[in-house]
Design a protein around this ligand. Structure first.
Ligand code: AMP
Ligand code: MN
Ligand code: MN
Ligand code: MN
Length: 305
């Protein structure tokens, strides 16, 4: 058989199991995820993830352990974080990728946010105590955990003490806006989040644009301001994003010249719509964020770590 025919018989796409996956949005128990960095990386390895970023809420504390575990398993690891910011009074998340965890500007930013979070958790605890619960005990227990203390940790404590059926119920009953223990967060401005990431040599990515309650016009204004403040990318392929939301995010990426990022927003095993690792599949006409990071866009040609 001539070589040409051989080529035609070869499958156009490499067999699924041999193509490393890319995941640029994941959490560990250094924020509101449930796995240690080592467990997260072991799971990523099982799921053929070849390039992974750990992006815990407002911390890089899990990155050293994750980097070590990644090296041992042949995974290319990027230190990252997911910063909570405010834009026009709304909470917006900014993913920082390939940050230098020791950069002074990033450390200062994270230190300030941690101090605000500690204050907020204590204030929520006091409100729960006024409602007759052991709020101070719960907030003290959450503040003793490693990493970023979040309302998710308090929600789990409320469930464990029988004050809610599950974490959703804990938010609905106690923690969400308008509920008895709600305390608003004073996050840094969006621009400050972008600056903290870029000052740490990282790339700033607008997280899950479909999850904000903004009009289409406001979302376009957000993207324009995000790019003008130094933002590099936008999440266009996230686990749980429907086709409509993905198409809108892709249109925003094209319109504002933002690179497309992708990931799972993995928090814990057993959530079937947010599996760790996704196939690198970006819509046409979009620069993959991996290309800005210096990786070829074909995931099967990732360099060894
Ligand atoms: P925090 O950053 O401390 O405000 O905690 C926010 C975390 O709690 C988020 O990352 C979500 O995972 C979770 N969360 C926030 N609001 C809700 C809600 N209404 N229902 C369930 N989980 C929520
Ligand atoms: Mn979270
Ligand atoms: Mn988020
Ligand atoms: Mn996230």
């Amino acid at each position: 058989m001539p070589p040409m025919d051989m080529d035609l018989q070869r499958p156009a796409v490499a067999p699924a199991a041999s193509v490393p996956r890319v995941d640029l949005h994941t959490h560990s128990l250094y924020s509101d995820g449930t796995l240690t960095p080592e467990q997260l990386i072991a799971r990523a390895h099982e799921r053929q993830v070849g390039l992974l970023a750990l992006t815990d809420h407002d911390t890089v504390d899990g990155c050293q352990a994750a980097a070590r575990a990644s090296t041992a398993l042949g995974i290319t690891f990027l230190a990252g974080c997911e910063l909570s910011g405010l834009w026009r009074g709304r909470e917006i998340h900014v993913v920082g990728l390939r940050v230098t965890p020791t950069a002074p500007a990033l450390r200062t930013h994270l230190g300030r946010v941690r101090a605000q979070r500690v204050e907020r958790l204590r204030a929520i605890g006091e409100r729960l105590t006024r409602c007759g619960l052991d709020g101070q005990g719960m907030s003290a227990a959450v503040l003793a955990l490693p990493g970023t203390p979040t309302r998710m940790h308090l929600a789990r404590a409320l469930v464990a003490q029988g004050h809610a059926r599950d974490v959703d119920d804990a938010f609905k009953r106690w923690l969400a806006r308008g509920r008895p223990a709600a305390v608003p967060a004073e996050w840094p401005a969006l621009e400050a989040c972008i600056q903290a990431i870029t000052a740490a040599a990282g790339l700033a990515v607008l997280a899950h644009p479909h999850r904000y309650t903004l009009s289409a016009g406001q979302t376009r204004e957000l993207c324009a301001e995000f790019r003008d403040a130094g933002g590099a990318g936008i999440e266009v392929s996230l686990a749980g994003m429907g086709p409509g939301a993905a198409a809108s995010a892709a249109a925003l990426a094209r319109r504002f010249g933002l690179a497309g990022s992708l990931g799972s927003d993995f928090h814990e095993p057993g959530v079937p719509w947010r599996p760790l690792g996704r196939w690198l599949k970006l819509p046409d006409g979009i620069t993959p964020l991996t290309a800005l990071l210096g990786y070829p866009s074909a995931p099967d040609r990732l360099p060894a770590p």
